[in-house]
Design a protein around this ligand. Structure first.
Ligand code: UGA
Length: 451
């Protein structure tokens, strides 16, 4: 099928790249000229494992093109995926102006009817508004557009794998023909008929993912409901960690046992510095706002957010307790990205932690395998080092704020010897407390004995 993708952020690139990889003809566009220049030149503006290989292979096969001519991109596809950003306003409400702009673009540039698919995360009822906007903006050319909702459940860092091996595919439609078109788009994935760039030589056996067909409103709600529930789980684990600290229990033992109950499940119960990124924090705010706008008080989610914000303060309290005076102390920070395997620093807890440490007068140096460049734009001047050992050298304290695997595998004896004081605050519970203490570290983490 011929498919257009509007918006070349990580969702648009993964969607466009993977749909081309599985055999469709895809044309992508974005209104950011810098981003388009990079993509046209064969470079990928974000770090996402396997994405560069997927895009390069699809381009070589002639199935993926990038164009700055948005009208051309609109006309190229029978189905158009909208993958533009829906950032939060001050109130938490999602800003849907980019979706409105795209509706106008599609309505005025199309020359034939299209299926317009919302891939961006949007509040329930956006589909309805989108359909109206398409009708209003196209009143002169008389084209009829169908609208579908197809939320993505891609995690940054494993987005390519998530796209090609989804747990579920959700499509919200109004017409049988839209359902059939969506089924055709996802047929190679549903039937496992593609060359997988993630697993070599072959993918592990997995059950066929279910494709759930719902109303547009349900489909839109499913996305916010899922992300908010994940956030709720994390905050639950974090409050448990606080309780474990007071009661001498171990949060990892508690959550492990809880997770073995299939009704609870083991994932998203990792306690630590809390959730960040551009999805969970903004989606939970948008969901609270949406509920309020229709007279439902989602207090449960407000509390989830409050618990999450408090994680930063709890880490800083641990730092203050250990260092006594923070001003003029040399503090090393390992990790800037909001989670490992991404260069994304938007709403990353590490950024807030560093801002607060700098405000308190600490001398901060930081290291991250992928995110230093992007963090530089958000932080006050601090020192950056590619080499984590340079960050540890002469430090009064070392903080782990992102659980990159490379940090786990560091030579911790060497780090201990390099530091002015072997004080380690592991805000992601990455390392083993007993091992670290045996090495001679003053070691603190969240919710584990002796924290
Ligand atoms: C999240 C969802 O997991 C995806 O399903 C969804 O598609 C995506 O948002 C989106 O809406 O686009 P992502 O933002 O990539 O994906 O990150 P997550 O893996 O969900 O992690 C979010 C944050 O929670 C990270 O800061 C992570 O460190 C933290 N986290 C995660 C914990 O603190 N504890 C956990 O147990 C799990």
């Amino acid at each position: 099928m011929r498919i257009s993708v509007i918006g070349c952020g990580y969702v648009g690139l993964v969607t466009g790249g993977c749909l081309a990889e599985v055999g469709h003809e895809v044309v992508c566009t974005d209104n950011d000229p810098g981003r388009m220049a990079m993509l046209e030149g064969g470079r990928v503006p974000i770090y996402e494992p396997h994405l560069d290989a997927v895009l390069a292979a699809a381009r070589r096969a002639g199935r993926l093109t990038f164009t700055r001519h948005a009208g051309e991109a609109v006309r190229a596809g029978d189905a158009i995926f909208i993958c533009v950003g829906t950032p939060p306003r001050q109130t938490g409400e999602a800003d849907l102006s980019a979706i409105d702009n795209v509706a106008r673009l599609i309505a005025t540039e199309a020359r034939s009817p299209k299926l317009v698919i919302e891939k961006s995360t949007v509040p329930a009822q956006t589909g309805l508004q989108l359909k109206r906007a398409l009708a209003v903006y196209s009143r002169k050319n008389g084209l009829a557009f169908r609208v579908a909702s197809n939320p993505e459940f891609l995690r940054e860092g494993t987005a390519v794998e998530d796209f090609l091996h989804p747990d579920r595919i959700v499509v919200g439609v109004e017409e049988q023909s839209s359902e059939e078109q969506c089924r055709e788009i996802y047929r190679p994935i549903l039937e496992g008929l593609f060359h997988c760039p993630v697993h070599t030589p072959a993918c592990p056996p997995t059950p066929t993912p279910p494709m759930l067909v719902t109303t547009i409103a349900s489909s839109e709600l499913i996305k916010h409901a899922s992300n908010s529930f994940l956030a709720l789980k994390i905050s639950y684990a974090n409050v448990l960690a606080d309780l474990c600290e007071r009661l001498g229990a171990n949060v990892e033992e508690v959550t492990r046992a809880m997770g073995l109950d299939p009704r609870i499940g083991p994932q998203f119960l990792r306690a630590g510095l809390g959730f960040g990124g551009f999805c969970l924090p903004k989606d939970i705010q948008a969901f609270i706002w949406l509920a309020e706008s229709v007279g439902v008080d989602f207090g449960l989610l407000k509390e989830t957010e409050r618990v999450n914000r408090q994680r930063i303060e709890l880490l800083l309290e641990k730092v203050r307790r250990a260092l006594w005076v923070v001003k003029d102390k040399q503090v090393g920070v390992l990790g800037l990205a909001f989670k490992p395997n991404t260069d994304d620093v938007r709403f990353a807890p590490a950024i807030e932690v560093i801002n607060r440490l700098v405000a308190e007068g600490a001398q901060v140096r930081a290291c991250d395998p992928e995110a230093m460049e992007k963090a530089g734009a958000l932080l006050p001047p601090i020192a950056y080092h590619r080499d984590p050992y340079e960050v540890a050298k002469n430090a009064d304290a070392l903080l782990i704020t992102t659980e990159w695997e490379e940090f786990r595998r560091l030579d911790w004896e060497r780090i201990r010897d390099l530091m002015a004081r072997p004080l380690l605050l592991d805000a992601r519970n990455l390392l083993d407390p007993a091992q670290m203490k045996a090495l001679g570290f003053e070691y603190h983490s969240f919710g584990r004995p002796g924290c």
